[in-house]
Design a protein around this ligand. Structure first.
Ligand code: ACO
Length: 328
């Protein structure tokens, strides 16, 4: 008899190189004070040359596998959520499969920006519940530094590199499980946050190569407005379906884009700030990796205990949004 799907292990990896706000202020007109006040970010990690998204993903995955006690050879499904794949094709998940030695696994990528890890969680959960696969590895991994215009102060201060992973498997009786998930999309808002170039709509050519089209373009205020409403509604839908009251929730793990957005969400969900996990001061916005890294850190720091009810909520380019309510 099925008891749902549980998270058997988590892992994360952050590149060694730290880029502080002060470092940034040496090559764009900005200041630590502006960045901290507007976003809450103090520093971010930058992948080394030759350190690709798949390398970050593989390192996070090996940690998650070790914690789960499930060998790579027993993983049947790998989903990498990323908007900064090593290559357009093959999928980053294929490189990860090879690097971690999960040779039996079906491996593919999904693109849902910052909501990607929770999209992957929903897909993997459903595939496990259907009986198609037993053990799955879901990963959020990004090398956003490769797609940032380092001369544009309105975006370059926001992003960082990193990866997080989780191993999912069928839950045994008495174990925790993913209780409810929600994912959604609003394709009318594709223009407010995108990497407009480099794809088939606008391939990089010798003529446009200097125009930074394959870097982030964002209307920050528009994104901010949508983010708060969408995240609140999405989180509330899983909280309601899980039958939770605000006081039952021991930890909210929101997408790590901006401290002001996180505070606004906490306020609207009526969850006190000390039950909202924040690490964006260290890593900035790592898109699909952010919730995965935060989940692993919260877990390893002892902030998540057996039986705890946690809620994760994200939004990103698309626009996309996603939530999950979990009993650990
Ligand atoms: N340093 C100093 N000044 C700056 C900087 C900077 N790094 N960036 C912008 N400014 C200036 C602007 O030029 C502007 O100056 P002006 O008034 O003279 O024109 C002023 O600061 C205010 O700029 P705004 O963009 O209006 O600032 P705002 O308060 O909206 O903050 C921010 C900008 C932080 C981007 C905010 O809008 C935000 O966080 N939005 C949400 C963005 C987000 O979460 N995106 C991630 C989505 S994730 C994904 O899918 C990849």
């Amino acid at each position: 008899m099925s008891h749902g799907v549980t998270i058997a292990g988590t892992g994360s990896y952050l590149p060694e190189k730290i880029l502080t706000n002060h470092d940034l202020s040496e090559f764009v007109e900005t200041s630590d004070e502006w960045i901290v006040t507007r976003t809450g970010i103090k520093e971010r990690r930058i992948a080394a040359e030759g350190e690709n998204t798949s390398h970050l993903a593989a390192k996070a995955s090996l940690q998650a596998l070790e914690q789960s006690g499930i060998p790579a050879a027993d993983i049947e499904l790998i989903i990498v959520a990323t908007i900064t794949p090593d290559t357009f094709t093959p999928a980053t998940a294929c490189y990860v499969q090879e690097q971690i030695g999960a040779s039996r696994a079906v491996a593919f990528d999904i693109s849902a920006a910052c909501s990607g890890f929770l999209y992957a969680m929903k897909i993997a959960k459903r595939l496990i519940e259907s009986g198609a696969f037993a053990n799955a590895l879901i990963i959020g991994a990004e090398k956003l530094s490769a797609f940032v215009d380092w001369s544009d102060r309105s975006t370059c201060v926001l992003f960082g590199d990193g990866a997080g992973a989780a191993v999912l498997r069928p839950s045994a009786e008495g174990e925790g499980k993913i209780i409810a998930t929600d994912i959604g999309t609003d394709g009318k808002q594709t223009s407010i946050l995108s990497i407009p170039g480099g794809g088939s709509a606008c391939p990089t050519t010798p003529q446009n190569v200097g125009e930074s089209l394959a870097t982030f373009s964002m209307s920050g205020r528009e994104v901010f407005k949508h983010a708060v409403t969408r995240m609140k509604n999405s989180a509330n839908s899983v909280i309601e379906r899980a039958g939770l009251q605000p006081e039952d929730i021991s930890l909210v793990i929101p997408h790590q884009a901006n401290l002001r957005i996180i505070d606004a969400i906490a306020d609207r969900l009526a969850v006190p700030n000390d039950r909202v996990f924040v690490n964006l001061h260290k890593y900035g916005n790592t898109s699909a990796a952010a919730i995965a890294i935060a989940l692993d850190e919260a877990h390893r720091e002892g902030k998540i205990q057996r039986g705890d009810k946690i809620v994760m909520v994200a939004f990103g380019a698309g626009l996309t949004w996603a939530s999950a309510a979990i009993e650990w």
